[in-house]
Design a protein around this ligand. Structure first.
Ligand code: NAD
Length: 478
């Protein structure tokens, strides 16, 4: 886990780890060293402090916004609300956003924000003040806008915070038609998009399903092909972890372990994710759940239990040289950003494992954020213009085929064929298509590049090549 000292000076190496991965992948490309340096560097780092009223006094809040790369505009990335957040972490997360967007062909540069608070220590009113003031600070320095930099939720933030940002931005930019495109992850009532809330977790589940569907790759790591019956442990029961666990269960996997910061639970026969979630909501802890066969006060022990797939979906630096030897999973699917250190990854591959890297695995969130941004700029919900037209066309076709063949469809068959797509169906289909295509793009690079070692290296190689082309197209590099 990251830590920093009282003056906010970073004392960890998350950005360094991302650069290590980058430098290694760069050796599999043929780009000019200067261009590689430009791609790797953080273009703009804005660190600021602002006061808020707390109780009878004031408190000064530390905050950041980092725009890692402007090879595409706007830049894009979530805002982390955490007392552990620091400049190094925000830089690393912004860099990962750049590579992530390139991997899933989302035309944004990478960015990230951080507010150094534990949201649990503030009232809703105080959180609103902090979020609105943070937004004003970004506006003052031109660090937010639908064509400049577009924030989204991350660890510790969600739809509520995004709605405060949208409202503040729109208030400060009266008459700006595209103001709602200045932030994504908004509630649907405030021009958000259906499917955004669960998009990252759904994307993680699709990534895993796609990976385990390739029999040849599974054979190499000693697993059978197919998601059905695969045993999964998930760390973090927040937005990404909960939805990953939910969709993996829907796809036929068995969630055998769940880990939160207060402890972990395990049942080899499977845990009911929804009822664990409700239990935690009611009692404030994952522990004490009646359906668990084993409990661990030390949450990290939960990661080391028998399973096929481990999904870290909490924070970075969870799987390190210290615990990699005890991890029993054959696949680590990174729901969180940066959960595995470079040393742990090397050790995991050495013992025959496979890692589905964060910059691909959790890209479902930014993919659907891109759809939301498109919706905001076009000022029309997906499906609104064509749904009825499609239904009428399909109905005409069904009537005609029934007339010609004399075979009448039953009502379920008829409505399945006739139905036009809703916004949610279009979003989910766009997300699924993106995750499947991107996986095979990465895998192809992995299979076709001599001496390449990991899927992460392959993902980086693909991202670096795409970003290099953008710089060349911008005319800033020969
Ligand atoms: P969240 O705040 O909704 O949930 C995080 C959960 O992790 C919380 O329930 C928290 O209690 C738990 N947690 C914290 N420390 C833990 C520990 N040591 N052990 C076990 N559990 C712990 O955050 P989120 O949005 O789900 O984000 C989780 C990760 O996914 C982050 O790395 C984030 O950057 C990444 N991510 C999020 C999104 C998104 O759309 N929200 C998109 C891409 C990547």
């Amino acid at each position: 886990m990251t830590t920093n000292n009282s003056v906010g000076v970073p004392d960890n190496h998350f950005f360094g780890d991302v650069c290590k991965f980058f430098d290694h992948a760069a050796t599999f490309t043929k780009h000019d060293a200067g261009l590689l340096d430009q791609i790797k560097s953080c273009n703009s780092v804005y660190r600021f402090r602002f006061p808020i009223r707390k109780g009878n006094g004031f408190e000064v809040i530390d905050a950041w916004r980092v725009e890692h790369s402007h090879h595409q505009s706007p830049t894009k990335g979530g805002i982390r609300y955490s007392e552990m957040v620091n400049e190094d972490e925000v830089m690393a997360l912004a860099a990962l956003m750049t590579y992530k967007c390139a991997i899933v062909n989302v035309p944004f540069g990478g960015a990230k924000g951080g507010i150094k608070i534990n949201p649990k220590n503030y009232t809703v009113g105080e959180l609103e003040n902090i979020t609105r003031r943070y937004t004003v600070e970004l506006i003052k320095k031109n660090f937010i806008g639908p064509s400049i930099d577009v924030p989204a939720p991350d660890y510790g933030s969600g739809e509520r915070e995004m709605s405060w940002i949208a409202d503040t931005y729109a208030t400060m930019n009266p008459g700006q038609l595209d103001a709602m495109g200045a932030v994504t992850g908004k509630p649907i009532a405030l021009q958000g998009i259906a499917g955004r809330r669960e998009a990252t977790g759904r994307g993680v589940a699709i990534a895993i399903r796609e990976c385990v569907s390739v029999g040849e790759d599974m054979q190499k790591i000693g697993l059978t092909a197919g998601i059905s019956g695969k045993r999964v442990i998930v760390q973090g029961l927040g937005n990404v972890g909960y939805h990953s666990a939910k969709f993996l269960t829907e796809f036929g996997a068995i969630v055998v372990g769940l880990c939160e910061y207060e402890g972990a639970i395990y049942n080899a026969d499977g845990l009911d994710v929804e009822s664990v979630f409700q239990h935690r909501k009611a009692t404030g802890s994952i522990l004490g759940y009646a359906g668990a066969k084993r409990e661990f006060i030390d949450s990290m022990e939960g990661l080391e239990q028998p399973c096929d797939i481990l999904v870290p979906a909490a924070l970075e630096n969870q799987i390190t040289s210290a615990n990699i030897g005890k991890i029993q999973a054959k696949i680590i699917a990174e729901g969180a950003n940066g959960p595995t250190t470079p040393e742990a990854e090397a050790a995991f591959y050495q013992k025959g494992g496979l890692i589905i890297p964060d910059m691909y695995a959790n890209a479902g969130g930014v993919t659907v954020s891109y759809f939301e941004w498109l919706k905001n700029l076009s000022h029309v919900a997906f499906g609104r213009m064509n749904r009825r037209f499609e239904e009428n066309s399909n109905l005409n076709l069904v009537n005609m085929v029934e007339g010609i063949t004399g075979v009448a469809l039953n009502s379920v068959q008829r409505s399945t064929i006739v139905k036009g797509a809703s916004e949610l169906e279009l979003v989910n289909s766009g997300l699924e298509d993106t995750m499947i295509r991107s996986y095979h793009e990465i895998r192809e690079t992995f299979m076709n590049t001599e001496k390449i070692d990991t899927l992460r290296t392959a993902a980086f190689v693909g991202a670096i090549n795409k970003i290099a082309v953008s710089y060349q197209n911008l005319g800033v590099w020969p």
